[in-house]
Design a protein around this ligand. Sequence first.
Ligand SMILES: [Zn+2]
Length: 231
Amino acid sequence: MRSSYDELKEEAWRANLEIPRRGLTIYTFGNVSALDAGQAVFAIKPSGVSYDKLTTTDMVIVDLDARVVEGTLRPSSDTKTHAALYRAFSGIGGIVHTHSTYATAWAQACLPIPLLGTTHADHLAEDVPCTEMMTAEAVQGDYEAETGKQIVDCFHTRDPREIPMVLVAGHGPFTWGNTAEKAVYHAVVLEELAKMASITRTLNPRVGRLPDYLVRKHFARKHGKNSYYGQ
Ligand SMILES: [Zn+2]
């Protein structure tokens, strides 16, 4: 049966398939959503379905209060976190959550990922932030909505367009972008930055942040108004 959300479901389905393909997950872990800002709905992976069995029609359409609009399966258990981010971060069109190994290790260590090299600076000019550890009250409340609130609080003084990724303390990463495809790209980049930072700190625990003049050069040549670099 055709639906007016077919394209959105297809976009979300395609982006979800990239998660195992890029080595960011095992089993059913992780989820991607794609937003249709005009219709104020997003398509998200259903809960508990393995990636190799996933079809476009399995995608669940929910509104920005995480209520199911269309679909027969249960939406991902992280749906309320996605909804909270879409409500708070205007302009984003896709969100990814994984438990990819290195990014999750930094989240479990409750540490931001320090900006140590130009690969990091090419993508963001700041450390990858890590939220506060969630309180017992928040966990006992509406846990997934509180996870969203934790992330939004972390961006109180940060710009989600300039920092398209975060670590949730003790849990794992969320990334976003103007499309679901771009959000997946940021999830892959984040895992690589986390891996590089882990190895770098192992080799030299005292290594400092990349000097500001190099951070500014690398970030600006890809993102500034005078950007000229493409690869
Ligand atoms: Zn999770």
